[in-house]
Design a protein around this ligand. Structure first.
Ligand SMILES: [Mg+2]
Length: 235
């Protein structure tokens, strides 16, 4: 039975890569595949390729260019979208992803997907992992013209889809994104301990926000729902 008080529940905003989906796919594409392809095309050593790409990454991290497949394709001469398509079988959800989304939908929470993935990458991810049915709104920062790290992203999102920043909760694995959202006025911010299963969990002491591993741990940060109350009483 859906919660009758769904209008009073917070809207839950989710990042995609590193939050709902395992960042291991993106790590694999950008840190393993791309340097190899870039070295082949430019006939340089793998180390030279890594050095060049790492320098590019440093220059563009946290900007809209960073998240644009077209930009990288033009910049490094490798079709990055094609590369992602070639390895799309490696796209995987993070632990607890569907369990959480199903429960939130059943309990009447409104869920929005807010991603820095560009539109072609978002489309590819959604073709592989069936996230779309759980979301009322799906937005790529490319559509809004600002990366999520920029307060302009949140202002533009609010113009398009009005929301009260004090009545939403944002789950995102990137500290700079959480900082931007905080500046905008979003108060409930949650991060992820282990965005990529290829890398170790991050030290909690280095994270400035409450952190979860399995996405179902988010329940402890949400208002207790009527559905859950009923389950407890009849258990
Ligand atoms: Mg992310």
């Amino acid at each position: 039975m859906p919660n009758c008080n769904s209008s009073t529940l917070p809207i839950v905003l989710f990042d995609m890569d590193g939050t709902l989906l395992d960042l291991s796919f993106d790590d694999f594409i950008w840190n393993q595949c791309l340097p190899i392809r870039h070295a082949q095309i430019n006939q340089c050593s793998l180390q030279q390729s890594r050095d060049t790409l790492f320098q590019f990454y440093q220059q563009h991290n946290h900007t809209l260019c960073w998240y644009s497949s077209d930009y990288w394709t033009a910049k490094v001469g490798v079709d990055v979208l094609k590369l992602q398509q070639e390895f799309q079988h490696k796209i995987q959800p993070r632990p607890g992803c569907f369990e959480l989304l199903k429960s939130l939908n059943n309990e009447g929470y409104r869920c929005w997907l807010v991603t820095n993935a560009d539109q072609p990458s978002l489309k590819l991810k959604l073709e592989n992992i069936a996230l779309r049915p759980y979301f009322e709104v799906l937005v790529s920062s490319q559509q809004l013209g600002f990366a999520k790290e920029d307060i302009g992203f949140w202002q533009t999102l609010q113009d398009l889809h009005p929301f009260d920043p004090t009545k939403v909760i944002l789950v995102d694995d990137t500290a700079q994104v959480l900082e931007g959202a905080k500046q905008f006025g979003i108060e409930k911010l949650i991060t992820i301990t282990q965005p990529s299963s290829l890398k170790p969990a991050r030290d909690l002491a280095t994270l400035n926000y409450p952190a979860i591993h399995s996405l179902v741990e988010l329940f402890s940060y949400l208002p207790q729902s009527q559905v859950k109350d009923v389950d407890v009483k009849t258990a």
